[in-house]
Structure formats: C-alpha cells, structure tokens
Design a protein around this ligand. Structure first.
Ligand SMILES: Nc1ncnc2c1ncn2[C@@H]1O[C@H](COP(=O)(O)OP(=O)(O)OP(=O)(O)O)[C@@H](O)[C@H]1O
Ligand SMILES: [Mg+2]
Length: 326
C-alpha cells in the first residue's frame, strides 16, 4: 500500500456522527461526535489520549476509527485512505492488519470455554501473517513483547490467567499482525491499580520499541497524564482542548478542562495526578442554546457564548475551542 512518511497516519477532520432516536412521534438528534479534528503523524508514533466524561463520544469516535461506525460528516483517513470507503477486501487484507482494537474487559473478549491460544492462532490464520512453523514463532514474538511466552500460555483457559495477564494476551493478539495503530478503549479501567501501570508502561514500550501509535481512550486524567504524549479533551462530542499533555493538563486553558482538573482529588498537592480521579458525572440538564456546549456551566461565560459556536483557536501551544482565546 502506498504511503509516504509526510502523510498523516490518521487524519480526522471535522468528523461528526449523528444518532437519531425516535420517541413516539418526535425524533431527537444527538451529535455523539461533533466536528472533531485530530491528526496523528506517521513519522513519530505517539500515544494520543482521548479523555472525557461518560457519554462525551469517546467510544463513538474510536468505533469510527476502527471502521465499525460510519461518519455522518467530515474526513476520516488512515494513511490517506477514507476508512468509510474501504472495501471489505481492503479491510480484511490491509486495514485490520494495521489498525487493531484493544478492549476494556479481556475476559469479555475471550470465551471461558476456549483455550486462550486459540485466539492467537485464529488471528494469525485470518490475517495470514505466517506459514507453518513460523506461525508459532510469530505468536511467541508477539507474546514476548508483552512479557509472556507461547509456552506459558499454550493450552490455558482464560480463568487460569490473572486480569493483567489476560489483558497482555489480548494486546499480544493485537500485535500479531504488526499493526501501526492500536485503538484502546478504556484498556485498564477493569484492572487493579498495580496492573494498570504495567499495561500503560507496555503501551509506552510499544510506542518506543515497536513504533506503534496508540489512541488511548480514558475517563481518567491521571493515567492520560502518565501515559500520553498528547491529549484531546472531549465534551459532548466536541474536542474542546487538544495539545501536548503537559500543557493541556499542566495549565489548562479551556474552562471545561480547568473544571475537570480541579475536580480531580489531590490529597497531596506535591503529588498532583498520582491519585485516581474519575471525571465528574455528566449533568442531566442540557443547555438549549445554539452556542457553546459548556456555556450553561461555564464560570467565564460571555454573551456570545450562548448564541455562537466557538472555533478552535491556537493558544499557548495547543488548540482551544473557546472565545476567550479568539
Ligand atoms: N448506537 C447508538 N445509538 C444511539 N445513540 C448512541 C449510540 N451509540 C452511542 N450513542 C450515544 O452517543 C453518546 C456518546 O456515546 P459514547 O459511547 O461514544 O460515549 P463515551 O464517551 O464512550 O462514554 P463512556 O465513558 O460511558 O464509555 C451517548 O449519549 C450515547 O448514548
Ligand atoms: Mg465508551
């Protein structure tokens, strides 16, 4: 497949996904992802965190990147090709080798009745990554990247593995095809805090040693800060602030990012981000204006915010969707 280094790995431009739901005679329209833009460069693999409250659109965005959900509007290109327009054959022989998912709950993806190595062989077979004895070699290689071996895993059932081991196997499964991009939707939220760090460190190793980019989806700012190079903060489908993680979370500019950061409990201010914060629950009341989606809750709201939608403005090395920076 033709691909040049200056071409982005992933190019998301003004991407929108609308869901219509019918209740009786009325139809409500929900922009689960709304005018979202982000780019991952090909030359330097990075970990990009998508963070936001429950319902902010993280999974919907991830499902579009994985080709599981069609965009309603906007551009979604992987290595210059529109993901929504790939043929079934291109998806099977190319796209799904390159872009692999890692899910939240490893035990939900593995049947308790099936030996766990059978999933690894299935992936190797489906994508024809190797032939004959080389299949075992490739699977063993992928397992070694995550700190396991085929000898250790062979013949075992999911219930014989710890949660951390099972998540390692599911990441190894994703690595068998030598992907360029992992889309990991809440990959550590089911794991104990101690295992969480080891999986997040694994993502960093994959980036540094295997050249794999990671779209890391989380509602947890602390792990985003620890793991990611860049972050995008989502609010009801919008990416309200995006840039290097130290800048965005170190000195947030968007009033919403500021609110999120201040809602993170910090027992010891010297150890900022070492706690385990979760984001505040989504408010049940929605503003009805056509303006900024944060206007009703924003401490810095101005008149125009209630009627006009802000663009994304460049400020202090990041991009902020807020009139304060216009
Ligand atoms: N298939 C669908 N049909 C209708 N609405 C949907 C569908 N999928 C998602 N939504 C709605 O889109 C919005 C975004 O959902 P999404 O699952 O992307 O959020 P999320 O950020 O991943 O949340 P969480 O942190 O809870 O996983 C929600 O309001 C959700 O109810
Ligand atoms: Mg989700």
């Amino acid at each position: 497949m033709q691909h040049t280094l200056d071409q982005p790995l992933l190019e998301i431009d003004h991407l929108t996904r609308v869901f219509l739901s019918r209740q009786g005679l009325s139809v409500t329209r929900l922009e689960a992802v709304d005018d979202a833009s982000l780019t991952l460069t090909a030359g330097k693999p990075e970990i990009y965190a998508l963070a936001g409250e429950s319902g902010s659109g993280k999974t919907t965005l991830a499902r579009m990147v994985l080709g599981l959900e069609r965009p309603s509007e906007g551009t979604l290109n992987y290595k210059g090709r529109s993901v929504g327009e790939l043929s079934a054959r291109d998806k099977r022989t190319w796209f799904y080798k390159e872009v692999q998912p890692v899910f939240q709950d490893p035990f939900a993806t593995f049947s308790p009745m099936k030996r766990i190595d059978s999933y690894l062989y299935e992936t190797a077979r489906n994508y024809q990554v190797a032939k004959g004895a080389d299949v075992d070699k490739r699977i063993d290689e992928a397992l070694r990247v995550v700190g396991l071996t085929l000898a250790e895993v062979r013949g075992r059932y999911p219930n014989e593995l710890s949660g951390g081991q099972a998540q390692r196997v599911s990441i190894a499964r994703a690595l068998i095809t030598r992907p360029s991009l992992l889309v990991a939707d809440e990959p550590v939220s089911m794991l104990d805090a101690s295992l969480r760090m080891s999986i997040l460190n694994l993502f960093k190793d994959l980036r540094d040693k295997e050249g794999v980019a990671v779209l890391y989806i989380t509602h947890d700012l602390a792990t985003a800060y620890y793991t990611a190079d860049r972050i995008g903060v989502m609010l009801r489908g919008w990416i309200v602030e995006t840039g290097p993680v130290e800048r965005v979370l170190g000195s947030p500019l968007h009033p919403y990012t500021q609110l999120l950061k201040s809602s993170v409990p910090q027992a010891d201010p010297d150890k900022a981000w070492s706690a385990e914060p979760t984001l505040a629950p989504r408010p049940v009341t929605f503003p009805v204006s056509g303006g900024c989606k944060f206007a009703a809750r924003c401490p810095k709201v101005m008149d125009r915010c209630r009627v006009e939608i802000p663009a994304s403005y460049e400020a202090e090395g990041r991009s902020v969707k807020c009139f304060l920076y216009a």
